[in-house]
Design a protein around this ligand. Structure first.
Ligand SMILES: C[S@@+](CC[C@H](N)C(=O)[O-])C[C@H]1O[C@@H](n2cnc3c(N)ncnc32)[C@H](O)[C@@H]1O
Length: 276
């Protein structure tokens, strides 16, 4: 299958997921729209790690329906532009920003085309949780991140740890199943009529087919270094803000693998880098 077809399947799948997510309890759209102090746990967790947003121009890659984008604005950014390739997600994000009387801007574009679509450089690029598994080309991704940044500008990502992605739950047991390294031509392909959020309105996911690529930490880091970025910090986390598999355990701040895996396997990573 051609790479373009993988992306077309994914975009159709994300259009359907966005329709479900805006009606879900998980995404709390009405709360974000009506409470000017509502911010996302994900961005708050990350803010403690990347420091202040005050006065910064920000690009938020793979912004989905805009809840984290709005949070970046509410937590101090001077301006925020969200980028996503799903027209439904972008339309919903714009609707949210209008309802919230906020000012974030959104552009519909592939991550790879973000620099041209945004049209200017920024001080800070942010992306998080469930982002790079949808991209087949880390070098092109890193080049887009670097092109968006002013020299001295910073990049922060927190995402699912690539080692976690080798695990699958079968009969209540989480065990290694998928390969760690994938080639661009061979994503993992799925047919699922559900998404990861609740679905109170029972909205159907018609475009069930989607494709994901795993990227090892060296692949991610080497791509960023090759694009002219300096890696400032890399951390691994036991917590994920999303239930990876049915046996994962919910705690006050998020989801954890059950023991003994919790002590053996990282669930997420975060990375800071600076454009040289
Ligand atoms: C799991 S969401 C990430 C969002 C964020 N953690 C949240 O929950 O709001 C993944 C987003 O990536 C977007 N996406 C996937 N592939 C993309 C691509 N090639 N270019 C731009 N956006 C893409 C999807 O449309 C979706 O909105």
């Amino acid at each position: 299958m051609a790479t373009e077809q993988f992306y077309e399947d994914n975009r159709n799948n994300w259009d359907d997921r966005a329709k479900v997510h805006v009606g879900s309890e998980m995404y709390r759209i009405d709360e974000y729209a009506t409470n000017p102090r509502a911010t996302s746990d994900v961005v708050e967790f990350d803010l403690e790690r990347f420091g202040s947003l005050d006065g910064l121009s920000v690009a938020h890659l793979q912004c989905h329906v805009g809840t984290d984008t709005l949070s970046l604005e509410r937590l101090g950014a001077a301006s925020v532009v969200g980028v996503d390739f799903s027209p439904v997600a972008i339309a919903e994000a714009r609707k949210l920003i209008r309802r919230a009387e906020a000012s974030s801007r959104f552009v519909e574009a592939s991550v790879y085309d973000a620099p041209q679509a945004v049209g200017h450089t920024v001080d800070f690029v942010y992306t998080s949780i469930g982002a790079i598994c949808w991209l087949h080309d880390m070098d092109a991704w890193a080049a887009a991140v670097a092109s968006l940044l002013e020299p001295g500008g910073r990049f922060y990502i927190r995402d699912v740890h690539p080692f976690l992605f080798i695990f699958e739950e079968v009969d209540g047991k989480i065990q290694p199943h998928f390969p760690y390294w994938y080639t661009p031509e061979s994503p993992l392909s799925w047919d699922e009529d559900q998404t990861y959020s609740d679905n109170p309105e029972g909205t159907a996911i018609a475009s069930t087919r989607h494709h994901e690529w795993n990227h090892s930490l060296p692949e991610i880091i080497n791509a960023l270094v090759g694009a002219g970025m300096r890696i400032d910090q890399l951390d691994e986390h036991k917590m994920l803000p999303w239930q990876y598999s049915p046996s994962c355990v919910k705690e006050a701040d998020g989801w954890y693998l059950p023991e003994p895996l919790r002590s053996q396997v990282p669930s997420a990573f975060s990375l800071h880098a600076t454009k040289l």
